[in-house]
Design a protein. Structure first.
Length: 300
């Protein structure tokens, strides 16, 4: 039996890009990732080679008949343009979250991928962590009364990473995945430029009109941390349970999922649910940004 192989290229070699190169070079035996073959990487900086993988130009990556899929690990701001180029060139795309910094662009690109019959896969490793899988089990079947998810982290360059509702979309993804569809009731943002501090507070309602709050807070020296307080009719959940580490890294789990999609091994229902979740989160991120940036219009 001839094994179907997909030539890949990694675009952007920051932390995620280097993790992608490592995982593409060391697939788990007998896993879907064995069907991926790394041909090179693209970067604006000049490297020459990384671990025997050669640097190639963007033009060559787009033109090459050997490359069927691109792993996009560039800064958030350039995701949209890079996805578009590779889809136009007829390549499958894996991109780190957030897929784009505008909902409209996300819907357009998804449509384009479907027209061209290409896989557009958005990485969401935050759903693959053992900590999250454990949390999801604990929340399952419980009736929410109210809840808060509070994230703190270091300062981001917003010119590159986008508005906090987009750069922090991993938190929004958690809330939607745990509690179903949400509606934004209000959102505000406090910025202290001199202190390089930012705090975004978003209030949602669940389909059952229960309140959920998401706080995204960033400042110098702030530890990367998530705090939860979910109250159910049966009691409150305030801490994450200790979860064993998975033997398979998060990027590798994500890469296997992408490879399964390329091989046609993911069912239509799962793909449809994932598409809905990704686009819904981006739609909400945009609504949040509008609330934060145009308060006077909304209240008048």
């Amino acid at each position: 039996q001839i094994r179907k192989m997909f030539g890949t290229v990694v675009v952007g070699v920051g932390i995620a890009g280097l993790a992608r190169i490592r995982d593409l070079m060391n697939p788990i035996p007998s896993s879907p990732s064995e069907h991926l073959k790394l041909f090179g990487f693209v970067s604006r900086r000049s490297f020459g080679n990384i671990n025997d993988i050669k640097q190639i130009s963007l033009e060559d990556a787009l033109r090459s008949k050997d490359i069927h899929a691109a792993f996009i690990s560039t800064e958030n701001r350039s995701h949209e343009e890079t996805i578009r180029m590779f889809l136009e060139a007829g390549k499958h795309v894996l991109v780190e979250y957030p897929m784009t910094l505008s909902a409209k662009a996300a819907h357009e690109l998804w449509e384009m991928a479907e027209q061209k019959d290409k896989v557009l896969h958005v990485e969401h490793i935050e759903l693959l962590t053992e900590e999250y899988k454990q949390l999801k089990k604990e929340v399952a079947g419980k009736d929410l009364v109210k809840g808060t998810l509070h994230f703190t982290g270091h300062v981001l360059d917003e010119n590159k990473s986008g508005f906090p509702a987009f750069s922090g979309i991993a938190r929004l993804t958690w809330l939607i995945d745990l509690f179903g569809d949400l509606t934004v009731t209000s959102a505000t943002r406090e910025k202290q430029k001199d202190k390089n501090y930012s705090r975004m507070t978003v209030h949602f309602q669940t389909a059952n009109k229960k309140p959920l709050t998401w706080i995204e807070e960033r400042g110098p020296g702030m530890r990367r941390e998530k705090k939860i307080n979910f109250c159910f009719t049966s009691g409150c959940l305030e801490n994450f349970r200790e979860a064993p580490r998975s033997s398979v890294g998060l990027f590798m789990q994500d890469q296997n999922l992408f490879a399964k999609k390329l091989l046609g091994q993911v069912c239509k229902e799962e793909l449809a649910a994932e598409k809905w979740r990704i686009l819904r989160c981006l739609d909400l991120a945009e609504v949040i940004q509008q609330y934060c940036e145009e308060p006077e219009k909304i209240y008048s």
